[in-house]
Design a binder for this molecule. Structure first.
Ligand code: PLP
Length: 283
């Protein structure tokens, strides 16, 4: 990015009011996706009159834009003359998972397909599997409109796992509604088994996946192992959402046995949930 003339600062930064607020609370703040969104919003709205902020996930229109991936995947399955029994994607705010999975969800709802659709989140930020379903802000600085979602509380800061793209407190409304209705499933996995899957995949395929994507790979391997044990044959599809070329420190830490696994921080989440905005629904 610097090669192209960009200037890079770590979030939270001293460049925004919201960043300063979080640094005042903790000068060694580990940041989060939710804080980075708040800083980007503030910078754009207050300091860059010629710039618009385009959100990258969470809101439903972003998910819709990404569905070109699932549409293409459907076509590829058609060409291969097979159809997946299980569709798997990693999930942070929801756009990657939904971009891949929603066209298969459509086929499930409208076309009667029986496909299992599985979202994979980190145990450090388990918004679908452990969050509550209510109204919350999409960002930690509480600047976005309210969103009805499974949330760990917008003030919750997930542990500094390497899958930075999955360190988010909430979830896209469409994903939450589908999860609530039992159309899709969710599972949470810790980062060490995720990196083990990433390395197994790299050695088999010659592609080092992003730690985010490796969450989906972990569960795809687990599903395949279940089939191996039961003797069942299944077509398992997962989305390889990115490469891990900028995540080699995570690989190095894993190989040096230096990666901690983070469990669901029940107390921190309870505190964050207690601070959720009180929303009255008009009758
Ligand atoms: C490689 C990769 N995969 C998946 C995701 C998760 O995307 P989403 O937050 O839209 O669920 C990210 C997010 O940054 C990512 O970097």
């Amino acid at each position: 990015m610097e090669t192209y003339g960009a200037q890079i600062v770590a979030s939270p930064s001293n460049d925004t009011q919201v960043g300063k607020k979080f640094l005042a609370q903790d000068p060694k703040h580990t940041g989060s996706l939710g804080i980075a969104i708040s800083e980007a919003l503030e910078d754009c709205v207050t300091h860059q009159p010629d710039t618009k902020y385009s959100i990258g996930s969470v809101f439903n229109h972003v998910l819709m834009h990404q569905t070109i991936i699932g549409q293409e995947a459907l076509k590829q399955f058609e060409m291969a003359n097979v159809y997946p029994d299980v569709v798997i994607g990693c999930i942070g705010g929801g756009s990657n998972f939904s971009g891949f999975a929603l066209p298969f969800v459509r086929e499930k709802i409208k076309g009667g397909k029986k496909t299992r659709v599985v979202a994979v989140e980190p145990t450090a930020a388990p918004s679908l599997t452990k969050g509550i379903y209510t109204y919350d802000f999409g960002d930690t600085g509480q600047m976005t409109p309210f969103v009805k979602m499974h949330t760990l509380g917008s003030s919750f800061i997930p542990a500094p796992i390497h899958a930075g793209g999955l360190r988010y407190h909430g979830m896209a409304p469409i994903v939450c509604a589908l999860f609530d209705a039992g159309v899709i499933e969710a599972v949470a996995v810790p980062q060490n088994p995720v990196f083990a899957a990433a390395i197994q995949f790299t050695r088999a395929e010659g592609i080092a996946p992003a730690p985010e994507s490796a969450h989906a790979i972990r569960v795809a391997i687990d599903e395949a192992l279940k089939c191996k044990a039961s003797g069942e044959k299944k077509v398992i599809a997962f989305n390889l959402s990115g490469h891990g070329h900028f995540d080699l420190q995570g690989y190095a830490d894993y190989l040096a046995n230096k990666l901690p696994d983070y469990e669901y921080p029940a107390e921190a989440v309870a505190q964050a949930v207690a601070q959720l905005p009180k929303v009255k629904i008009a009758a």
